[in-house]
Structure formats: C-alpha cells, structure tokens
Design a protein around this ligand. Structure first.
Ligand SMILES: Nc1ncnc2c1ncn2[C@@H]1O[C@H](COP(=O)(O)OP(=O)(O)OP(=O)(O)O)[C@@H](O)[C@H]1O
Length: 296
C-alpha cells in the first residue's frame, strides 16, 4: 500500500509541508509519496500524475489544503476512488462540518476504516463541497479579491478585517437579483434576491452556518435564500445567520432538493467553495463520493 498525499503548500498559513513531515515521522512503516501544487489550478496536473500510478484496490489518497483545493481535486479525482482530507486552509468549512480534529485522526481513518458514501454537488465546472452562492456572498468576495484595500489591510496586519469592510460596503449596494429555481418538486421565481446559497454542507465563509441540517452525509441539497428589498431586512437576515436563528427568522427561506436548475437572466458571479465563477444557467445534482469519514 502507498499513501499518496496531494498538498497545496500555499493554502491558509502554509502548514501542509510540516504536516507531511510529521505524518512520515509517525508512520515509518507506511510508504508515503507526496505531491505539492506549485501554482493556482496545478491540482489538475498533480491529480493526473498520481492517477497514472495509483492502484485503486491497495493505495490510499489524502488531500491537504483548503476548501478550494479540495473542490478542485475532487473535480477530477474519479468518483469511485475513495479519498481522505485534512484541512490546512483558512476557512476549512468542509472540515468543520465533518468533525476533523487532527491529522492523527485522519490517518487512523484512512488506514483503519472503510470509506463511507457522502454527497457532493455536481456542476458543469466540477464539484462543490460546501456551497454555491449568488448575490451578497459572491459580491463580498468579488470586491475584496485584488482590491487595494485588501493589500493595505494586509500590510497593516489587519487582513482579517477585509471581509468585514466589504461585507458592510456590499450591504449598502442596492443590487438585487431575479432568478428562477427549478427543483424536482417545484419551480420558484425569486425576485429581490439578496442572496441564494445552494448548500451541500453546514458552513460557508469560515464558519457561518448556512443551514443547521445541511450535511455531506445527506443525499440532498439545502437551498437558503433571502428576498429582501430594504436594508433593514437584509441586516436582520444576516444577523439571523450569524446568531444561528435560521429557523426562527422570517427572512431566511429554506427548501431541499435532489436536483436544481438555476436560471439567472445574465452572466452572474457565483461563489463556489470560496472561489469565484461566472454562471448563467446551471444544473446541480447530488453526486456520491467515498470518503474516509471515520466511525460516526
Ligand atoms: N502552490 C500554489 N500557489 C498558489 N495558489 C495555489 C497553489 N496551489 C493551489 N493553489 C490555488 O489555491 C486555491 C485554493 O486555496 P485553498 O482554498 O486551498 O486555501 P485557502 O483559501 O487558504 O483555504 P479556504 O478555502 O479553506 O479558506 C486554489 O485556487 C488553488 O488552485
């Protein structure tokens, strides 16, 4: 058996290389081969290299990185090949929901337990491990990416305030979307849309709960949306998310589906696992994957 590790050394605070060394020291009896991404999107080439030597029946595969790395790797890792994951990113929402505590636990699951089926969301560009969001969350990320304010804040060592700054700014932006959502049960037109999150898992944005029952172990997706025309409604909806009053809030709407077709009137920026993508019409389905989740 060979354990293949694919790591993004730049994710989060750059701990991946140290963790690989610790794993090698803790498991001298296990053959471990590591592959490090060298640039953005290099996950695709690294996975191809691993697949050229990987034996499905005997080898194991471990991914180290943030949610973005995980989602890109799974986009081309074959559906029926199991994987393990240890978070080294900044948000780590997938790990938060699946209860990963430390790499020792992840290695034990990988070596001693059988992989279990989970659900990820299949989209034309690949897979979504946490959520695909349009409206407010995508706008906050779009404004902050490559902005001068982000660079100044980083220079002043207050980089964490970037999202707060753009969060407030985006709240004042009156832009609202109109979309149509077709599920396997119904077709709903959503107007004055402040945001729509199509969730596969419990959290986004580094620990903000999307919906309490949304989880990768369920073969359904949770749609959470806010149609709000006034700023006070938008603020109250965001506060409900932050203080986990999802079900009590009159502003947060929720439905579930196994398949969703999302129709937006023009190209719209979406946030997919913390990265930006442009979408127009997209069909989203649950896809079964095999993950070393450990004993539940
Ligand atoms: N060596 C590298 N240098 C620069 N970017 C990289 C490298 N390897 C991967 N990437 C890119 O980094 C992005 C993913 O970052 P990732 O999400 O893993 O970390 P993060 O943003 O710190 O964590 P999180 O998503 O949990 O907040 C992807 O776009 C990926 O292609």
């Amino acid at each position: 058996m060979i354990v293949y590790i694919l790591a993004n050394p730049r994710a989060g605070n750059g701990k991946a290389v140290t963790i690989i060394r610790d794993i090698q020291a803790a498991y001298p009896q296990v053959e471990i081969k590591s592959y490090l991404t060298t640039s953005k999107n290099d996950e695709y080439a690294q996975v191809e290299t691993i697949l050229s030597v990987f034996r499905k029946e005997s080898d194991r595969f471990l991914i180290l990185g943030g949610d973005g790395t995980l989602s890109k790797v799974l986009s081309i890792w074959p559906k029926d090949f199991p994987f393990a994951y240890y978070p080294t990113g900044s948000g780590n929402d997938f790990a938060r929901a699946t209860g990963i505590k430390n790499w020792q636990q992840v290695m034990e699951n990988l070596l001693e337990t059988a992989p279990l089926p989970i659900c990820v969301l299949e989209v034309p560009s690949g897979v979504v491990v946490n959520s695909l969001d349009i409206g407010y969350p995508a706008r906050v990320i779009a404004h902050s990416e490559n902005s001068a304010v982000k660079r100044w804040f980083n220079r002043l060592k207050i980089g964490k305030l970037t999202y707060l700054f753009f969060g407030v700014l985006s709240l004042l932006n009156p832009l609202q979307l109109s979309v149509v959502v077709e599920t396997n049960h119904q077709t709903v037109a959503l107007d004055h849309l402040f945001f729509l999150s199509i969730a596969n898992n419990t959290y986004f944005g580094g620990g903000i709960m999307i919906w309490p029952e949304a989880h990768v172990t369920k073969s359904q997706m949770d749609l959470v949306y806010v149609s709000a025309s006034s700023i006070s409604q938008r603020i109250r909806a965001l506060l409900a998310l932050l203080v986990k009053r999802h079900k009590a809030s009159p502003f947060l709407q929720h439905m579930t589906a196994e398949r969703v077709r999302l129709i937006v009137p023009h190209e719209t920026v979406a946030q997919v696992d913390g990265e930006l993508q442009t979408i127009e019409q997209v069909t989203i389905r649950c896809q079964t994957r095999y993950y070393y989740l450990g004993k539940e």
